[in-house]
Ligand binder design. Structure first.
Ligand SMILES: Cc1cc2nc3c(=O)[nH]c(=O)nc-3n(C[C@H](O)[C@H](O)[C@H](O)COP(=O)(O)OP(=O)(O)OC[C@H]3O[C@@H](n4cnc5c(N)ncnc54)[C@H](O)[C@@H]3O)c2cc1C
Length: 492
């Protein structure tokens, strides 16, 4: 392997994983991060004894983490204390109407039967198909680089594409199995993790039910910040150097090659540059227009994934009726999807997610207190004025109080709101997106931005904009694909 000087822009999961993998290939790696810590959208915020995960909170697809750590001869358990949650999560359909999804599949099948007679057998069939889809997707399509449409349209995909329900919408597919709206909501909500809507995303993503029901919901004790720590440690063990609080301002290109990276403080020579920073923002802000593979017009036409209205709340009491993960599905949830994807606006009525990690790890809050994280998915590019932020704070707390029958407002001792402007200022997120590029069929695989620049040969990208897409496991896979590409190009 030809040893190269590599600069990685950004220490999100994409940057962390690319750094460790490229260091293992023998290159010299510096990761330059604009913020004060690694993790990117998975930063942590500590306040008055509370430790908040600012972004992701679901550790899903444990196989992906095992495969990643195995690249270094390690296991995730050597770096984190991982527990499987049981129940996996609680779903609220309305006041006094909730169900718990268990870590035990048989219990879930029995639950489905109570929601719709005959659903137990149908669910077994649905899950067999989603397991099949997961296996094919992971083995043949996900860990793969797509440079040309030809790669994507190989005969296997054409044959499997129909079997994998690539060309059918998730909601239509679920409707073929289940009449119960409650069941369909339980099977479809995971698409929001991928920045999509069940009414517009390929039914292939029913594979998420295998992830949810068979692989389970895991938690690194201490929070997702522990996963960031673990991956940073792994990278440092490979010799990676991290530089913080230095926003990159420009990537210098000479004769079609990136030569150095300019930060607010310094400049760093490079033979290879890998951008993990928000892909859209970085193309338009770090490169001269002639070197942009995708220009402003391209980005304006993309279907950008949702943003999120977030609350980090420290309570001086325990909440009895919430468990670790809680989902509230509004009776008219389709209107909320429309407010995100069709006519973008702040939603009138909305579904939301509440996590209380202090239920599983009491060290994430002071004694007797609750660590509460609230997420309302919202359209990108909305104005989040102070008035709107407070209005939604009140709406959300009012609803949570109705749902649980508990007083929350009077117990708030730590409060922080995080929305579009924060995503933009903290992570340079294009249009304040929480997640990057949505997973529509037209933005899948070869139709996502490439890992290698078309204009600058030694410039590469990794993260939630690239294939395979959104979510911590996907971003790690994105870096594995990238490392293979770089490994091939710079082989001796
Ligand atoms: C609220 C929320 C909840 C989520 N929940 C889940 C979940 O439960 N499970 C899951 O798997 N996924 C979840 N996700 C998605 C997941 O967090 C992301 O897909 C993933 O973390 C993205 O990683 P990334 O490396 O692509 O990008 P980022 O995390 O954005 O990393 C990019 C890094 O680049 C840095 N950067 C930007 N500009 C510059 C610059 N000019 N110079 C230097 N550095 C720069 C940023 O500060 C950042 O650290 C969630 C995301 C959010 C926001």
């Amino acid at each position: 392997m030809n040893k190269q000087k590599v600069i990685i822009v950004g220490a999100g999961f994409g940057g962390l994983s690319a750094a460790a993998l490229l260091a293992k290939q023998g290159h010299t790696i510096k990761v330059i991060e604009k913020n004060e810590q690694s993790g990117g959208r998975a930063s942590i915020w500590k306040k008055d004894g509370f430790i908040f995960d600012m972004g992701p909170s679901w550790y899903l697809m444990p196989d992906v983490f095992e495969k990643y750590f195995a690249e270094f001869g390690k296991k995730p358990e050597e770096y984190m204390d991982l527990v499987r949650l049981d129940p996996s999560y609680r779903v609220f359909f309305d006041i006094n109407d909730s169900v718990d999804i268990s870590a035990n599949l048989d219990k879930n099948l029995d639950l489905f039967e109570t929601l719709e007679p005959g659903a137990k057998e149908k669910m077994k069939e649905y899950l067999d198909k989603s397991t099949y889809e997961y296996d094919i997707a992971m083995n043949d399509f996900i860990y793969k680089d797509y440079k040309h449409i030809i790669d994507f349209l190989k005969p296997r995909l054409i044959v499997e594409g129909t079997k994998l329900h690539m060309f059918e919408k998730l909601d239509d597919y679920a409707q073929r199995y289940f009449k119960s709206e409650k069941i369909r909501k339980i099977l479809e909500y995971t698409i929001v993790f991928l920045g999509g809507s069940p009414y517009d995303s390929p039914a292939l993503y029913s594979l998420m039910s295998h992830v949810d029901f068979n692989m389970g919901v895991w938690f690194p004790k201490g929070g997702m910040g522990k996963l960031v720590e673990a991956m940073q440690r792994l990278a440092e063990e490979q010799g990676v150097e991290f530089i913080y609080n230095e926003p990159v301002e420009k990537i210098h290109v000479e004769k079609g090659k990136a030569t150095k990276v300019q930060t607010t403080n310094d400049s760093y020579p490079a033979n290879i540059v890998v951008v993990n920073a928000d892909n859209a923002w970085a193309e338009m802000n770090l490169l001269e227009e002639k070197y942009q593979t995708y220009d402003q017009r391209y980005w304006e036409k993309r279907n950008i994934a949702p943003s999120a209205y977030l609350l980090y709340l420290g309570l001086d009491t325990k909440l009895k009726n919430f468990i670790h993960h809680n989902l509230y599905f509004d009776p008219h949830w389709i209107n909320h999807f429309d407010d995100i994807f069709k006519q973008p606006k702040w939603p009138k009525n909305f579904s939301y997610y509440v996590s209380c990690i202090s239920k599983t790890d009491e060290n994430t809050a002071p004694p007797g207190c609750e660590n509460v994280f609230v997420l309302v998915p919202v359209a990108p590019d909305l104005k989040d004025t102070t008035e709107v932020r407070e209005e939604y704070f009140n709406k959300t707390i009012d609803h949570m109080e109705k749902l649980t029958g508990e007083n929350i407002r009077d117990h708030i001792i730590v409060k922080r709101i995080f929305a579009h402007t924060d995503f933009s200022s903290r992570y340079n997120a294009y249009k304040g997106t929480a997640l990057g590029l949505a997973h529509t069929l037209k933005q899948t695989a070869v139709f996502r931005p490439r890992h290698q620049s078309k204009k600058v040969k030694n410039l590469f990208y990794t993260g939630n904009y690239n294939h395979p897409g959104i979510g911590v496991p996907m971003v790690i896979i994105s870096s594995q694909i990238l490392a293979d590409i770089i490994g091939r190009i710079y082989a001796d």
